[in-house]
Design a protein around this ligand. Structure first.
Ligand code: SF4
Length: 726
């Protein structure tokens, strides 16, 4: 490494550690060593300090202990966990010490309410978990940590649009004279947001630490690593977290020291600045530090340097097209035309046809196009009817393919799609219209993407788009009958009616020992994969993450344990799980990877079970919030008494059947109750407990086990008469 980088790095590290020492001493003098300190909504304390030094920071005194270790590391002396990085003459230790010091400074800034001033600041665990799933299933290809603004606003837009089109999430930090990348984007009408893959962390350079303590939680949540296992943690980030640093516009000694920390975790640095170049080092997969001044080439240089594999869709429409545009909204002021919602009748429908009924690539518009809209009108009726033929196509796959219309329409920049079936709401922006987008492009996108992702089951695709109200209404009544038939068929499907379950190993890229077994009556814990999805996915990719698992001999029908399933899980969990029960959360429950929509937890004081969903941030009667519970349940291990589940599992007849089923449920957030609404009430009636849902407590009546017991006694919850759980 060049002498100049070493010197700058040493100076930068000294500056950060001096500031950390001063700030910490000041905070202790003001509030005392026992003053509490934490980042919001995390179960990982100060994640970097916890991961590398195995210190659970709860007070300023804990930070003092951590700082002593950081000072030793700075001198090249190994921390108690053995943390010391020998490469490049030990200079990377200074980088890691800088990051650790910066985490303390950021924590103090949160304590002093100086962070976040703008941007998201510290990234809560629940965001990490939702991003984790998208990384697993390939919707996110990489993470760009961008420091500083681009050379101008146009370059900023081009850069971010390029990253979005390649499904790369941008985390933004830093400013030059108050100018930030976010401001540059805003000046061009581009909104930041997680759904748009643009996440501002904060305007100062210190905020970059939130990207680091975000990345360091992935091995703890998904990799099964314990705090202090720093070598495994660093290795996991290097190999499984596809992140890189893009440094724009300026550099100083603190940025160099921080950059050395990034290199210690294998995150390469790409910059538009003239700096000494650094080829591959021991910790990086490829080059460590490279310059690219041409903004047009910057994104591909970043991707190449980090070794990210980008899969881009080839869709012949006049708009940028990628998963990163899925979350973009089209607001009223941007609206050219809308369909469905409260504006008009609209629906979408996909059906399997015979070979001679489908002409591949034929896109028909029956009715006026959007450029024939009468003056002053902003809506039209719409029917999107997709006919498919495939030798391996099955009736069961129709709803799965139909559900993809949402994604494939949304991927077009400037087009918004919400809902499904006859509850869709589609908006087209003025910008998209002005770029030449017309209704036939909906068909072109669907044709291209269905071929791209489902070519194993679909050979021919034709799309008809109707915009005359009479046509739309006529077709809708036929479609509704099919929707009802599909629902009935799905509801009638039971675990007993099939001889094969499906596995899902998608999350193993993050949680190497985790195995989901998906049955007709129990969907994957992320809520995204049903048994039919697993089946379709296997047909599409026979060697993919969803494999058939023959039920074979049933060992225990109450628990839902079978020999074949046990053997499969044992093998695929790297021999860490011997047996798994499909219907029990107490005896051999499934493992949980971290992507779960909800967590079930026993509350021994009331002999019952509660459920909490990811969006509920308050306290639960288990004494833990969702985030805290998630910290103990994830990582691909079995945790009897706790279970990650998809929320629709609550409606299943097999819902914790071994523990007595729905009658065991004593508490759930109000929002979740409302979300499941009539379906949950219907399920309660089915089990002969028509008032059960009213008897299940929520946060408005109980957030402690004592309050809960009182409430259950008051309403006469059936759990009070059930046999003991333990
Ligand atoms: S079904 Fe299970 S393994 Fe598959 S993506 Fe969902 S949580 Fe992960």
């Amino acid at each position: 490494m060049s002498d100049i980088l070493v010197q700058l790095g040493e100076k930068g590290e000294a500056a950060v550690l001096n500031l950390t020492r001063e700030s910490l001493n000041k905070a202790i003098a003001k509030s005392g060593k026992d003053a509490l300190i934490s980042f919001p909504e995390t179960n990982y304390y100060f994640p970097l300090i916890s991961a590398l030094l195995d210190i659970e920071v709860k007070t300023l005194g804990d930070l003092s202990l951590a700082f002593k270790e950081i000072e030793s590391l700075s001198k090249g002396i190994a921390a108690k966990t053995g943390l010391v990085i020998p490469y490049l003459g030990g200079i990377l230790n200074k980088g890691v010490a800088t990051l650790l010091g910066e985490e303390i400074l950021a924590g103090l800034s949160v304590m002093n309410k100086e962070h976040p001033k703008s941007g998201i600041g510290f990234i809560p665990d629940k965001i990490l978990r939702s991003l984790g799933l998208q990384l697993v299933d390939g919707r996110i290809a990489g993470i760009a940590v961008i420091l500083g603004p681009a050379k101008d606003a146009d370059a900023a837009v081009e850069l971010i649009r390029d990253f979005q089109s390649k499904s790369i999430v941008s985390l933004l930090a830093g400013n030059i004279s108050g100018n930030t990348l976010q401001k540059q984007l805003e000046s061009k009408g581009i909104e930041a947001g997680l759904d748009n893959y643009i996440v501002p962390l904060g305007e100062d350079y210190l905020s970059v630490i939130y990207a680091v303590n975000f990345a360091v939680r992935a091995p703890l949540i998904y990799g099964g690593f314990k705090p202090g296992q720093w070598e495994g943690i660093a290795d996991y980030i290097r190999n499984r977290v596809p992140a890189f640093v893009l440094l724009l516009g300026q550099v100083d000694e603190v940025i160099v020291a921080t950059g050395l920390g990034a290199l210690a975790f294998g995150l390469p640095i790409i910059t538009d600045l003239e700096v000494p170049q650094l080829g591959k080092i021991d910790t990086t997969l490829f080059e460590a530090l490279v310059t690219e001044k041409d903004y047009k080439k910057l994104p591909s240089k970043c991707i190449l340097t980090r070794g990210i594999k980008v899969k881009m869709a080839e869709v012949a429409i006049p708009l940028p097209y990628a998963a990163a545009f899925e979350g973009e909204r089209v607001r009223k002021e941007q609206l050219y035309i809308e369909f469905g919602g409260k504006a008009s009748t609209a629906f979408e429908f996909l059906a399997a046809k015979n070979e001679n009924e489908v002409e591949d690539g034929k896109i028909e518009l029956i009715g006026p196009d959007i450029d024939q809209l009468p003056l002053g009108e902003e809506s039209m009726p719409l029917a999107i009817v997709v006919d498919v033929f495939g030798r391996k196509m099955q009736k069961d796959f129709e709803p799965i393919l139909e559900r993809q219309v949402h994604r494939f329409v949304n991927y077009a920049m400037g087009i918004m799609h919400m809902g499904q079936r006859d509850m869709i709401w589609v908006r087209i922006s003025k910008d998209a219209f002005n770029k030449g987008f017309r209704l036939k492009h909906l068909g072109i996108a669907l044709h291209a993407m269905l071929h791209q992702e489902y070519s194993a089951i679909v050979d021919k695709i034709g799309v008809k788009i109707y915009t005359n109200l009479a046509d739309v209404e006529k077709l809708l009544s036929g479609a509704k009958k099919t929707f009802d038939e599909r629902d009935e068929r799905l509801m009638g499907m039971t675990d007993e009616s099939v001889d094969t379950y499906y596995s899902c190993l998608l999350c193993q890229s993050f949680a190497p020992n985790h195995v989901c077994i998906i049955t007709p009556e129990r969907l994957g814990l992320c809520g995204a994969y049903s048994w039919l999805d697993g089946k379709a996915s296997y047909e599409i990719m026979p060697t993919g993450p969803n494999q058939p698992v023959k039920k074979g001999e049933i060992l225990d029908s109450r628990l839902g344990q079978g020999e074949n399933v046990n053997n499969f899980v044992k093998e695929k969990s790297n021999k860490t799980i011997d047996k798994v029960s499909m219907y029990s959360m107490m005896d051999g429950p499934q493992s949980s990877c971290g992507c779960f929509e909800c967590i079930l937890a026993i509350i021994p004081e009331v002999n019952g079970v509660m459920i909490v969903n990811r969006d509920y941030s308050g306290m639960t009667p288990s004494g833990m919030s969702f985030t805290t519970l998630a910290g103990s349940v994830g990582g691909g291990v079995q945790t009897p008494g706790f279970l990650g589940v998809g929320k629709l599992y609550l409606l299943s007849k097999k819902f914790i059947a071994a523990e007595g089923g729905l009658k065991r449920l004593v508490w759930m957030p109000k929002e979740l109750k409302e979300l499941l609404g009539d379906r949950l009430i219907a399920r309660a009636k089915e089990i002969g407990e028509p008032d059960l849902i009213d008897k299940i407590a929520d946060e408005t009546v109980a957030t402690t086990s004592a309050e809960l017991l009182k409430q259950l006694e008051q309403v006469g919850h059936p759990v009070l008469k059930m046999e003991p759980l333990m």
